[in-house]
Each structure stands twice: as structure tokens, then as C-alpha cells.
Design a protein around this ligand. Structure first.
Ligand SMILES: [Zn+2]
Length: 185
């Protein structure tokens, strides 16, 4: 099988015991497959190489790559572009102990966008990649939390404008998201 003919298979069942996507049998073996592929086009096209787990069905001889191979291929692209991989992005967020919703609220990133980066559906651009790297620094995150708290208070009625709460809970951040500034009529 030529490397670029290799079929990627989306099969959730593969997570609990591998099953052939063609015949359903479970006698699946795995071997390392040196995969070469082109990324980009024109002057920026690059040939990338990565070792992928190639599955083979003992019953029908089908050879295929599953989500694991797809993930490794995506990681090779991220390494080539010198940007954080999906696992690294998720790692930054998790090391801060934040859900995607809270992380999105504090950083100003879109939750859906963050989801796509963490799942490898889209690669973040260079500016966002650098922003994400800064977010791994606790002092940067503390500044952003303070800013989010401050902006949250600005959107409350003037009578409640007191700067007494320094720490802000995840629930509070989400509830503040619903406030909007409106022009006085
Ligand atoms: Zn099979």
C-alpha cells in the first residue's frame, strides 16, 4: 500500500477493543508505518514524515489508520509549523484547573474555537499560538483574571460598583457573561 493511499477510519468502537471497520472481526494487529505526506502547497509545501500505527485485520487483510494515526499526523503538522499541539493546549488549560468555558471567558478566546484547537480540527495561527504560550505563565493568567473581574463589575448597576471581591468563582464569571452594557434611553 502506498503511504498516501492509506485510509483513515473514524471508528469509536476502536477505543474499546479494536474491531475491523470492514468485516467487524477483532483480530487486529498493529505495526509501525513510516508515513510521508505533503503539507501545504506552492513555495511553502513541505514533506513531513511520521511513524504511524498501521492496523491490519487478520480476517480480511484490510490495512487502515484510526484516530490514533490521525492524531500523530496532526502533531507532525504542529511540530512543522512550530505551534502547540492539541494535547499541549489542553495541558495548559488543565494545568490551570479550568473548564473550557471558564478558560474562554478569562482569555477572551471563543469556546468553540478552543474546542477545535484541542481536538485538532483547526491549527491556531501564530498570534494565537503565542498568546496560548503566555497563558501558561501564572502571572499572565492572574492579570487576566483580575481584568475579567474588573470588567465584570463595570457591567453591573452603579449602586453595586464596589471593588471588594478580589477572587472570582467560575460560576460568577459565567453569570457575568450574561450582563451587557446598554445605552441609557
Ligand atoms: Zn476485517
Amino acid at each position: 500500500m502506498e503511504p498516501n493511499d492509506t485510509v483513515f477510519v473514524h471508528d469509536d468502537k476502536a477505543r474499546m477493543g479494536r474491531r475491523c471497520p470492514q468485516c467487524g472481526e477483532t483480530s487486529i494487529t498493529t505495526c509501525s508505518h513510516h508515513h510521508t505526506f505533503t503539507y501545504g502547497s506552492g513555495d511553502t509545501a513541505a514533506t513531513l514524515e511520521v511513524d504511524l500505527p498501521l492496523r491490519r485485520c487478520g480476517a480480511c487483510d484490510l490495512e487502515y489508520l484510526d484516530h490514533e494515526g490521525e492524531r500523530l499526523k496532526h502533531e507532525a503538522v504542529c511540530r512543522h509549523l512550530r505551534v502547540l499541539s492539541p494535547a499541549e493546549i489542553r495541558g495548559i488549560r488543565k494545568s490551570l484547573g479550568m473548564t473550557r468555558a471558564v478558560f474562554a471567558e478569562i482569555t477572551g478566546l471563543g469556546e468553540a474555537t478552543l474546542n477545535r484547537w484541542e481536538n485538532g480540527a483547526v491549527v491556531q495561527n501564530l498570534a494565537n499560538d503565542r498568546y496560548l504560550r503566555l497563558l501558561a505563565l501564572p502571572e499572565i493568567m492572574d492579570r487576566l483574571k483580575a481584568l475579567t473581574t474588573f470588567q465584570g463589575f463595570l457591567s453591573e448597576p452603579p449602586g453595586n460598583l464596589k471593588f471588594r471581591v478580589l477572587a472570582v468563582s467560575a460560576e460568577r464569571l459565567l453569570s457575568q457573561k450574561r450582563f451587557q452594557l446598554r445605552k441609557a434611553s
